[in-house]
Write a protein that binds this ligand. Structure first.
Ligand SMILES: [Fe+2]
Length: 512
């Protein structure tokens, strides 16, 4: 395996050390543009057809999430095919590496901007994991050629995935076909209750795509023997000598069906160190979301039980990077959000001064000041009032320091007091005060608004993109997790900046 120690140190430094490191100033343009296929259409979330195609999210939230029953049907079909009930792949190598990223599949420039970094960061890795939302907007089989097979054609290893809510909007048909190679159909949504008929009426059924279309795309783009992979199911485990990686399927609304819960308890038991990969992070935006399991209990209870010896839980769904090293008993569990793999960016400047962990121990990418500056520029452009909204990274960072009462990682000058305008824009765009959750007065849409609205605002197609991907290296007794930033700048493509790193000891636990 080639050494990856030289990674992560471009001349500009990272976003934590300079504006150039964040990509605000590009030394040279990125070559990702050449990778984007001609006539690629940007994914416009506000387009009525996209909204209508994505309606299953709303249907699931109003009428009840039908994914538990549908997942049971898929799992039964996989068992019938002969998949062992453990849903576990075995890998014998003690030392290995893999790439992990979430929320990839928009198929446009923001997804392709990550590809050169993937080629660099992923060099020498054994496999890749996509944590949620492989395909936007609706997980359709027909979108896999352009939003999965083609973008990752140069990644030489196998790719595994856990589905996100968007992958479920077609009943998981595309996901199961591509990742589990199951070609029968069990994706019909089964609703219950007096309005089940209405839910069925509103529920969008994905259009059928001939298997030959997917076979051709796979053969054309990812047809090498080393790229082939069949994972056991929508949830799975990869067992290695010193670490078990456990991937769960959190459906549309984030909970687990009873059978998956029982499987998770079983596969989590024992002293071997474990890493959870989930479609919904357990701590995100400084909020704890434990992940309910049908019939009782939560995913996080399983993760925190010392007998199960989890060392980290990584989830996609929110499109940025966050890390919370939480002390649980005498151990530290790394709770990570890793959804910066290609889709539009979720703001980090709405994260209050953290309470889940001490603010000094919290890490995020983009930095809150960069996030605020990016959104402020977008609002300036969108409202045609740049004079009111535009904030330089320096102005935005000063406003963040003032409102949150934190010392930003990339600070400029302690005497640099924010202007009243900067403070007003920060408040309007949702920067909390200290540890309060939300500003008290009216805020403009940044976070809690319909996805299509904030996505459209937050989806841009030029550097800095603020995408990210993780490289995880397992060596004797240690798991090293590194987050690399993706700005879209040429020099960062050759050497993506290291934005965060943590080394986790892999110590076997004791049995109760
Ligand atoms: Fe997503």
């Amino acid at each position: 395996m080639p050494s990856s120690d030289a990674l992560g140190a471009p001349a500009s430094g990272s976003s934590r050390t300079s504006e150039a490191g964040a990509g605000w100033v590009c030394g040279s343009p990125g070559r990702f543009e050449e990778l984007v296929p001609p006539r690629t259409r940007r994914l416009f979330w506000w387009r009525p057809s996209v909204l209508w195609r994505s309606r299953n999210d709303l249907v699931a939230r109003v009428f009840g999430d039908p994914t538990d029953d549908t997942r049971r049907a898929w799992v039964a079909a996989l068992a019938e095919r002969g998949t062992p009930a453990a849903f576990t792949l075995q890998r014998s190598a003690e030392e290995f590496s893999f790439v992990l990223m979430g929320d990839t599949g928009e198929g446009d420039r923001s997804q392709y901007a990550v590809v050169p970094a993937l080629e660099r960061v992923g060099a020498g890795t054994d496999f890749m994991v996509i944590a949620s939302d492989v395909i936007y907007p609706t997980g359709d089989s027909g979108d896999y050629p352009e939003k999965f097979f083609r973008p990752y054609r140069s990644y030489p290893g196998p790719i595994f995935a856990v589905p996100g809510n968007h992958d479920w909007y077609d009943g998981l048909r595309g996901f199961v076909r591509v990742f589990c190679d199951l070609r029968t159909d069990h994706g019909a949504a089964s609703f219950r209750g007096p309005f089940a008929w209405l839910a069925r009426l509103l529920w969008r059924t994905a259009r059928e795509v001939p298997d030959a279309v997917l076979d051709e795309a796979r053969a054309e783009h990812r047809g090498e023997p080393g790229q082939r992979a069949v994972q056991p199911g929508p949830y799975w485990a990869i067992d290695t000598p010193d670490l078990r990686i456990v991937g769960i399927d959190t459906g549309i609304t984030g909970d687990l069906d009873r059978e998956q819960g029982a499987w998770l308890r079983g596969v989590s038991a024992g002293p071997k160190p474990k890493l959870l990969v989930t479609g919904k992070p357990l701590i995100v935006d400084d909020q704890h979301r434990p992940g309910p399991i049908e019939g009782g209990g939560t995913v996080d209870e399983i993760v925190r039980d010392p007998v199960n010896n989890y060392v980290a839980a990584i989830g996609g769904d929110i499109h940025n990077y966050q890390r919370y090293p939480v002390r649980v008993g005498g151990r530290t569990i790394q709770y990570v959000v890793a959804g910066g793999g290609g889709a539009f960016m979720h703001a980090t400047h709405v994260i209050r001064r953290t309470t889940a962990v001490d603010e000094d121990d919290f890490r995020c990418y983009p930095l809150r000041g960069d996030s605020l500056s990016r959104y402020a520029k977008l609002y300036g452009h969108w409202t045609r009032m740049p004079g009111l909204f535009d904030l330089t990274p320096r102005e935005a960072t000063a406003a963040i320091r003032h409102r949150l009462g934190i010392r930003p990682a990339r600070d400029y000058d302690d005497e640099d007091r924010p202007s009243r305008r900067a403070l007003l824009v920060a408040a309007l765009l949702g920067v909390p005060r200290g540890r309060r959750r939300r500003p008290r007065f009216l805020r403009l849409p940044v976070r809690r608004v319909p996805q299509w609205f904030r996505s459209e605002l937050a989806d841009w197609d030029s550097p800095p993109f603020f995408k990210s991907l993780l490289r995880l290296d397992v060596t004797a007794g240690e798991l090293r997790i590194r987050c690399f930033g993706v700005s879209g700048c040429g020099d960062h493509e050759a050497n993506p900046p290291l934005e965060d790193e943590v080394r986790v000891p892999l110590v076997w636990g004791t049995t109760r």
